[in-house]
Write a protein that binds this ligand. Structure first.
Ligand SMILES: [Zn+2]
Length: 185
């Protein structure tokens, strides 16, 4: 199987009445949507079926998102967020606490490529039980691109070329994950 044989669900964090983290006029919800749309555009150009939690500035309850992805029959789920409150900043990617080897592999591949794309501090792959991952049937992860409240990080989050390269990094991570694990399936 190839990536185009997989259904990829993209979850841009926050939206509508929930801006997520903010830095002046910069809002997390807009950065996550920008990267998600770019990622969707790259995957579509590769022939990969995708679905997004939202395509505009709307709010979707986080307790419903895993179910929406499950109902669509997603094979892979990626939630995109920006971090805050982390001291030196950097990039980190989460799997659910009940992660499988595949969840872990997906997270590692996306994490390493984002660190390269952003030239950021590598905070590694971590575990969490956030709503969008718990009960999610897809191979799933949640990535925190960079920190909204760290000056070196926010300048990258305000740079559309950096965000474009982050979207490509996630797409390449997905492609690498499928090639490594499903090449002979
Ligand atoms: Zn967030």
């Amino acid at each position: 199987m190839e990536l185009k044989d997989m259904k990829v669900f993209i979850d841009p964090g926050h939206g509508g009445s929930d801006p997520g983290a903010t830095a002046g006029t910069t809002q997390e919800k807009n950065i996550t949507l920008y990267v998600a749309k770019k990622l969707q555009s790259i995957l579509s150009s590769w022939g990969v079926p995708t679905k997004m939690t939202r395509t505009g500035d709307t709010f979707v309850d986080t307790t419903e998102i895993a179910g929406i992805s499950n109902n669509w029959g997603a094979d892979i789920f990626v939630s995109i967020h920006c971090n805050a409150g982390g001291g030196n900043g950097g990039t980190e990617t989460f799997t659910k606490r009940s992660y499988t080897d595949l969840d872990n592999d997906l997270a590692k591949r996306i994490q390493s490529r984002l660190v390269t794309a952003f030239d950021s501090i590598n905070r590694g792959v971590k575990r969490t039980n956030w709503n969008v991952l718990v009960g999610n049937n897809a191979c799933c992860c949640l990535t925190e691109l960079l920190f909204m409240d760290v000056s070196t990080d926010i300048s990258k989050l305000r740079d559309s070329e950096k965000l474009d390269s982050a979207a490509l990094a996630i797409a390449n991570g997905l492609n690498s994950y499928v090639f490594a694990n499903f090449h002979n399936v």
